[in-house]
Design a protein around this ligand. Structure first.
Ligand code: PMP
Length: 404
């Protein structure tokens, strides 16, 4: 063995003991029934793992729009947007986004990770204070670290705690509150109306990450801020095209002063090549479908409620809610992995989420439903899960809590 990397071996062994190692698995096909079924390592699996909430990733209208854009504009954008990569397609998309969100302007980013790190580190700096929900996405956390601001995490959705922390920092001139709108690993929702009240009372600014709510909530899929009618009060609305839109990329919408500033200052925007034309072409088509095909939003909500109900009928502990992210809390990493492996053996893809993505002791199976899942498919999956629990309890009586 090469001793130069002995320290990595050591860390890897530690990770193995904690059941936190990860490896890549090849998805051999994914287009069957619009992405509902995938083939992984020779097995055909019902896909309960993707963020393709509206079932748009394989929509031929979106694929064709991307193909047309590539034919007209080429395969790559050849430079950063501030150099010569700013094809007219980008401008068109940003105008459409601003109209959809009813905000002054929009700026597109390569992906959600780069949007959050770029926007947060540009707008927020040393001497500022950021109040961030403890369960916010890693890209928000990394953005705050990059910003060098004081980073204060409030207990998840605990606005009394946030209020207390804000009062302790009343003297600070620039304060930001940042939250996911739908939390990515728990599927619950931020208390946006109360957050807006706090922001106004304490003179703070508020940024909301709508990655999992975009396309899924509000009349035209604008997100949770629009659904609860606070969108115009949010300083920075961020969202992605990688989930309900079924494509790739991300954006922020805000007042013109903020967009102009970010265009000149956000490092992930300045120092990275513009997204390929095919992606923008596909996103433009996806945006039009997200706005108009409202049956998809209704269907994903119906499935979200239905699958929770089915799991509860089998005695599983799942919280209330109507978002497409449904965590089944397991606790131990190893047990979560066993569930996930056994689900695969029975033809279902649902991943075990373990630390550091979630806090220690809260490993879970994260199910996500799509608009296109049928009642029969969801019922079959819930039945399989109950059979697995029975099998595990039989094999290891007493160890597996029957209510997991
Ligand atoms: N924010 C949240 C809440 C997310 O869940 C994710 C993706 N998992 C991102 C940002 C990053 O988005 P992207 O995948 O487009 O980089």
């Amino acid at each position: 063995m090469d001793t130069r990397y002995a320290w990595l071996e050591e860390e890897w062994r530690q990770m193995e003991q904690e059941a936190t190692t990860r490896r890549l698995q090849a998805v051999e096909s994914c287009g069957e029934e619009q992405g509902k079924w995938i083939r992984v390592e020779g097995r055909r699996l019902l896909n309960l793992s993707s963020n393709n909430y509206l079932g748009l990733a394989h929509d031929q209208r979106i694929v064709e729009a991307g193909t047309r854009a590539a034919r007209r504009w080429g395969a790559g954008s050849t430079a950063s947007r501030l150099v010569i990569g700013n094809y007219a397609l980008y401008e068109e998309l940003e105008q459409e986004l601003a109209a959809w969100k009813k905000r002054d302007g929009a700026l597109v980013f390569a992906n959600g990770y780069q949007a959050n790190t770029g926007v947060i580190s540009a707008l927020i700096g040393r001497g500022d204070v950021v109040f961030s929900d403890r369960w916010n996405h890693a890209s928000i956390v990394d953005g705050i670290i990059l910003s060098r601001a004081k980073h204060i995490r409030y207990r998840h959705n605990d606005l009394n705690h946030l209020e207390e922390l804000l009062s302790q920092h009343e003297h600070v001139q620039r304060k930001w509150i940042i939250t996911d709108s739908i939390f990515s690993m728990d599927g619950d929702m931020a208390r946006l109306t109360s957050l807006v009240m706090l922001k106004e009372r304490f003179g703070a600014m508020l940024m909301v990450d709508e990655a999992h709510a975009g396309g899924v909530r509000a009349e035209e899929g604008q997100g949770l801020c629009h659904e609860v009618c606070v969108a115009e009060k949010i300083d920075v609305l961020m969202g992605t095209f990688s989930k309900a839109f079924g494509v790739y990329g991300a954006y922020v919408c805000a007042d013109q002063e903020i967009i102009r500033y970010l265009t000149a200052k956000a490092r992930s925007h300045i120092y990275s090549t513009a997204l390929p034309p095919a992606v923008i072409g596909s996103v433009l088509e996806a945006l039009s479908l997200v706005r108009t095909e409202t049956w998809r939003r209704r269907a994903v909500k119906r499935n979200a409620i239905l699958f929770r109900q089915m799991l509860r009928e089998h005695g599983f502990m799942v919280g209330d809610g109507d978002t497409p992210i449904i965590p089944l809390m397991i606790g131990e990493n190893e047990l979560a992995l066993r569930y996930s492996t056994m689900l695969i053996e029975r033809g279902i893809s649902a991943v075990a989420i373990r630390p550091p993505t979630v806090p220690a002791g809260s490993a879970r199976i994260r199910f996500t439903v799509m608009a296109t899942h049928t009642h029969a498919e969801l019922k079959w999956a819930a039945d399989q899960l109950a059979a697995i629990r029975a099998e595990l309890m039989h094999a290891d009586s007493g160890h597996v809590d029957q209510r997991v």
